[in-house]
Design a protein around this ligand. Structure first.
Ligand SMILES: C[S@@+](CC[C@H](N)C(=O)[O-])C[C@H]1O[C@@H](n2cnc3c(N)ncnc32)[C@H](O)[C@@H]1O
Length: 340
């Protein structure tokens, strides 16, 4: 039977789809503006006219008004007297010279190799794709990770470590699976006598080195190459920091804890920053947040904080502090545990 089109009801639920589609369009407009370098250009040319921007960005004039208005509607451009400039939010988040910029993180979501861009494949896999985590993260991934960490998580973790009573007397720090190395860099900035080693896979530490040099800490922060599961990561450390590394070692955390114990000086501190799932592996945050977390933690956050704490205890650590840290994909749990 065919439907009488004139009488076909219009579903109020359409808004559900429209809102999702609008989000996609907004992402595309902003991604394009970031790729064009529009915000960098406007930072140097505030108060530009539509014509000037169109000429500089090589955009057809007939799209300019609506294109720029879309960015005004997003709160990223300000418009008055037919002139445009970056909003304060755009200057902070989207301009290359800003230390808080988020552009690489934003673009990484849709990068061809990202888990979100290849969601169909990602959801079928039972292990990380080869060429990504096996060979380690690439520069884009690390930059995105660095920018994510600076949305409050790194600040909270490093402030908590600075609050440990042994911090001022600490001299050597190891950042295991440190990637970009920003945790080690931030802690060395906070304590002038601290030196640090960022331990990671060989092709990653080239990128780490770039961060170390950008923050002018090459005299106090170095890198060491290796595989944390088999290679020696040295000893004589006052602090060993492990952030978002342990998911793939979840089945044998004690093996890692025992090696960290040996690497630490007496009374030294193990700092662990990871996502844990809710009691009973439940879902306290939204589904998208939880899915993001799963995609980033080899399928699942760490389970059962009680088991984690018991493993710490069994491996010779005393839990000094356990606190929730606000992060991008929900809270992480920060453990500060001292070597007994
Ligand atoms: C998710 S990133 C975390 C980076 C940083 N610690 C943070 O919290 O932002 C995990 C890091 O661990 C490194 N990694 C993974 N497996 C490793 C292994 N077996 N040995 C050494 N590093 C490893 C990766 O190269 C990557 O830099």
């Amino acid at each position: 039977m065919t439907h009488q089109l004139m009488n076909l009801p219009v579903a109020g639920e359409l808004k559900l789809l429209d809102d999702i589609a609008e989000g996609y369009k907004a992402y595309q407009v902003l991604a394009h503006a970031v790729d064009l370098g529009l915000f960098d250009w406007l930072e140097g040319n505030p108060g530009s006219t539509r014509e000037n921007i169109g000429a500089a960005m090589n955009i057809n004039g007939m799209f300019m008004r609506s294109y720029l208005q879309a960015l005004v509607d997003m709160g990223l451009l300000c418009h008055g007297d037919e002139r445009y400039r970056n909003s304060a939010a755009a200057s902070a988040m989207l301009v290359r010279s800003s230390p808080s910029r988020q552009t690489e993180w934003f673009r990484s979501i849709a990068a061809p190799r990202s888990s979100w861009a290849r969601l169909g494949d990602t959801l079928k896999r039972d292990r990380p794709a080869s060429g990504t985590s096996r060979s380690g993260p690439d520069r884009d991934f690390l930059q995105a990770l660095a920018q994510r960490s600076l949305r409050g998580e790194l600040q909270a973790v490093t402030r908590a470590v600075r609050g440990w009573e042994g911090f001022d007397g600490s001299r050597r720090l190891l950042d295991l699976g440190g990637g970009h190395g920003l945790y080690a860099i931030a802690l060395c900035q906070a304590q002038p006598q601290l030196t640090a080693t960022v331990f990671d896979q060989p092709h990653v530490t080239n990128f780490t080195q770039e961060y170390i040099e950008a923050y002018q800490l090459a005299d106090r922060v170095d890198v060491a190459n290796g595989d944390v599961s088999v290679d020696d990561f040295g000893s004589g450390y006052d602090i060993v920091l492990i952030s978002h590394l342990l998911y793939k070692f979840r089945k044998d955390l004690p093996a890692i804890f025992r090696r960290v114990w040996q690497a630490l000086n007496p009374g030294g501190l193990l700092v662990s920053n990871h996502w844990f799932c809710a009691p009973g592996c439940g879902m306290p945050a939204g589904g998208l947040v939880e899915l993001d977390k799963s995609l980033r933690s080899f399928g699942h956050p760490l389970c059962y904080p009680e088991a984690f704490n018991a493993a710490l205890d069994a491996c010779g650590f005393v839990l000094k502090n356990e606190l929730a840290v606000p992060g991008m994909s929900g809270e992480t749990t920060l453990h500060l545990a001292a070597k007994r």
